[in-house]
Design a protein around this ligand. Sequence first.
Ligand code: AHM
Ligand code: MG
Length: 325
Amino acid sequence: MIEREQDAPGSKGQFSRLLRDIAVAAKIVDRDVRKAGLVDLFGETGEINVQDEEQKKLDLLAHEEFVRALRRGGEVCLIGSEEHAEAIPLLFDDCQGKYVVLFDPLDGSSNIDVNVSIGTIFSIYRVPDDHVGRVTMESALQCGRKQVAAGYVVYGSSTILVYTTGNGVNGFTLDPSIGEFLLSHANIRTPNRGRIYSINEGNYNSWDDGLKRYIKWMQQEDPDDPDRPYTTRYIGSFVADFHRNLMKGGVYIYPSNTRDPNGKLRLMYEANPMAFIVEQAGGRAETGSGPILDVEPQALHDRTPVYIGSPSMVEDAIAFLSGER
Ligand code: AHM
Ligand code: MG
């Protein structure tokens, strides 16, 4: 895996080492996830995180493992995590780190205790030139188009690491017998259309009318349209829902609703990295009023509505939202 990235654009070895550190942290988290039920790692810590959610023990452990790996590696000078209110500067004397890493250490919290797939999402930026040596929270607030790499890990029936450096998307499956990620899905392309839509339909009454019409349209049979009715698949772990749809074709939606005008998913470490990956795989990622990657962030934990997946399905959704259909 590392060998493939040695010649990434502008890479001088630091970037390859950073990816290796992330892979090492993912292996450690994978080990903890696999044995969580045996060593009392399920359940809550008793703390509330910055999102006002109960922190699970594994959430916190995964956060700590990633921070430790990135701190040890020395390629990173600023970290942002879903589990930490402020960005974490890693400034020590010999730190030559050029990169900012933002991550959701363990996504799909509601599934942690019940043996359902969960994941890690990460996003990598270069520190802006004029911030070198004096990074602040603002150094992390770059729009998604500036990402130099992004990826995710699904801790599912097998563990797979999928990432892009802006040159296509590759997937690596962890071979537990040798403890290495091996290339298993080269140059992933997402289908133009699929048969799956993924949305929490329990929130139906709080959606806007365009979205309601889109979902109803997908559920209707039409003899002239063999795709309809579509199939609902919703795990409740963004990483796992996204990965399935990326491979099979489909659309994942976490919309704005009357309670949360920006939906639930976080821009910087959930939506942006997945948007970069999906675009690199030939898909689309929209907020409902433009591409996710063009959103200018205001704060580390900003939220955004998400319409992401097969390009022509995202296009359908946007047409219904805008009233065009
Ligand atoms: P988390 O990062 O706290 O786990 O929250 C994000 C998760 C996503 O993985 C998932 O798609 C979504 O929240 C599910 O939310 P809901 O239960 O409202 O459908
Ligand atoms: Mg999450």
